[in-house]
Design a binder for this molecule. Structure first.
Ligand code: SF4
Length: 290
């Protein structure tokens, strides 16, 4: 048997997440004091907003109706053009949370990623992130690209993408993951609105979700401890010798899994590829290789 333990203080189950929201303030009170939010899609694949829309317990509707007033999202909002960007500008004069999904392209002064037009002028993601990032109460980088550069900044990085913290001179809460698990977004916001900013680690990740390595709590850990390793994909033992990056990757995937606790990579016989780590993907390649 392995001697790894689950620490209840930094493991948030769905019931804990809901009770944190419900017990600290009543839903009505929360509704009245909902903080505004801007969600900026910079250089990425939209995977993080899609992941959020697939949230379960609480789901995305609960998040949008009860927890934040999402005024602007350049990927999914109904308004377009100047009408949409005016809402972005108006939100800057309020108290708001800025979510950024995707890295920021720096090449040619950010012209590799135009996110809006204002009075006939192109607005780059670089400009929009700076405009909102300097005034937001909290800045949350959603996903590995926003947190660390990720796939958008992978070699040879033709658009010179960087993380959000490289373009803002302030604290950024990082929620890496490719994509980011919706529980990490909703849980972080739930903590902010009910108890304030969650405790962060040295890479500004909430300890609630990034406090342990996957290896610490992997259900296959007893195989590792006994030196029983899979020699090919499909064998239900430790995948360390198939290149599993669980020993260096910090998320709560073994406990809370994905898609409403349905499954996760190791549960489906696929080694962890370290998608939530700072040097993903370049520093984690070659995948499936010891
Ligand atoms: S499968 Fe990966 S995370 Fe699980 S015990 Fe083996 S090396 Fe660790």
């Amino acid at each position: 048997m392995s001697n790894h333990n689950i620490c209840p203080l930094i493991t948030m189950a769905d019931s804990d997440l809901m009770s944190m929201i419900d017990s600290a303030v009543t839903l009505e009170k929360l509704k009245d004091s909902k903080i505004n939010a801007i969600w900026l899609e910079a250089t990425g694949c939209s995977g993080n907003i899609i992941s959020l829309l697939d949230a379960k317990n609480p789901n995305a509707l609960y998040f949008l109706e009860q927890m934040v007033n999402l005024t602007y999202n350049n990927s999914i909002m109904a308004k377009e053009g100047q009408q949409a960007f005016d809402i972005f500008l108006n939100t800057l004069d309020t108290e708001f949370i800025l979510f950024v999904d995707g890295a920021v392209a720096l090449k040619n002064n950010g012209k590799y990623n135009i996110v809006a037009r204002n009075n006939e002028k192109d607005i780059t993601a670089l400009e929009a992130v700076k405009m909102a990032g300097e005034r937001a109460k909290y800045v949350i980088a959603v996903g590995t690209c926003a947190s660390h550069g990720g796939i958008s900044a992978a070699y040879p990085n033709p658009s010179q993408c960087v993380s959000i913290s490289k373009v803002l001179n302030r604290e950024v809460i990082n929620l890496p993951g490719c994509p980011c698990n919706p529980r990490w977004v909703i849980g972080t916001v739930a903590h902010i609105i009910t108890k304030g900013k969650p405790a962060l680690d040295n890479l500004n990740r909430p300890l609630l979700f990034y406090g342990h390595t996957i290896h610490d709590r992997c259900p296959r850990r007893s195989f590792f401890d006994r030196g029983i390793f899979a020699s090919k994909l499909g064998e239900e033992s430790c995948m360390f010798k198939l290149g599993c990056r669980g020993p260096v990757t910090r998320t709560d995937c073994p406990i809370n899994k994905w898609n409403g606790h349905v499954n996760w990579p190791i549960g489906d016989n696929t080694p962890c590829i370290g998608c939530a780590q700072a040097y993903f993907p370049d520093g984690m390649e070659p995948f499936i290789n010891y």
